[in-house]
Design a protein around this ligand. Structure first.
Ligand code: MLT
Length: 265
């Protein structure tokens, strides 16, 4: 489906189920297809909505690309669907966007799922790495980016045992437009530190990630969860940075339990 937002931006999305809206925000360099297992598997528990951010998938490839702009797009998107507030589930860059929604549009967030993400801003070393990735994309395109990123994106168990999934993820990353991939890299490099925000999060929050995630390892998730007053944490064995794709049943189980707790909140 396609949503037409004020100003003319078109965002593609998938939707299934009914009840509490659950907004799934993908990471980088991903698109909404990374949530296929959640759109199918969580529709019994929620109205599951998975958009492509601007610049990727079937959404319009047009700037500006900033974390705040992605957040504003998502709020306009929710408005276009008549949704006043949603459980916002962001994976990695999707989590950075969720932090921006907290800063700018807190009343649109009913509860939070922070998956394989971090609150801190980039270090100088991370920014230098992003600059190298931009050079790579400009020189060799997103197929080369996908070849470079496949190993850190997935856990060791997935890489060893799930060759079909490895290929699916590689293809997803290779299909992202160079403009969208570069725009997101610059947006992430410029994002602020969200650590001071953690203690102010006054809504139920689930922090979840893969035990084999080398990009946002379990200790990063634990220290983030420790700083969020109403949080719980779940670490999924044999999951990597893309644990919703790698361990869909386990991921859906912890999210559906979390959605259940909202009935009593
Ligand atoms: C992601 O999965 O969204 C990225 O790994 C996040 C990042 O590069 O900081």
């Amino acid at each position: 489906m396609i949503a037409l937002l004020p100003g003319g931006l078109q965002l593609a999305y998938d939707e299934a189920g009914s009840g509490t809206p659950l907004l799934l925000v993908h990471g980088w360099p991903h698109d909404r297809t990374m949530w296929a297992g959640q759109v199918a598997g969580l529709a019994t528990y929620a109205r599951v909505i998975a958009p492509d951010l601007r610049g990727v998938g079937e959404s319009a490839v047009t700037g500006p690309y900033t974390i705040d702009q992605y957040a504003d797009d998502l709020v306009a998107f929710l408005d276009s669907l008549g949704i006043a507030s949603a459980v916002v589930c962001g994976l990695s860059m999707g989590g950075y966007i969720a932090f921006s929604m907290l800063r700018r549009h807190r009343d649109h967030i009913r509860a939070l799922v922070l998956a394989d993400t971090r609150a801190t801003a980039d270090t100088d070393e991370m920014r230098a790495n992003r600059a190298r990735l931009i050079d790579l994309i400009e020189r060799d395109g997103t197929a080369a980016l996908a070849a470079r990123q496949i190993e850190p994106m997935l856990g060791r168990s997935t890489r060893e045992r799930q060759p079909l999934l490895v290929e699916t993820v590689r293809r997803m990353m290779a299909s992202v437009s160079p403009e969208g991939a570069i725009g997101a890299l610059r947006a992430m490099a410029a994002r602020p530190d969200s650590t001071p925000l953690l203690g102010t999060i006054d809504m139920p929050t689930l922090v979840v990630g893969g035990a084999e995630d080398g990009i946002t390892p379990p200790e990063v998730l634990r220290s983030m969860a420790d700083s969020i007053p109403k949080s719980r944490i779940e670490i999924l064995e044999q999951g990597g940075h893309l644990c919703p794709l790698e361990r869909p049943a386990a991921f859906n189980h912890v999210v559906s339990e979390f959605l259940g707790t909202l009935l009593y909140d």
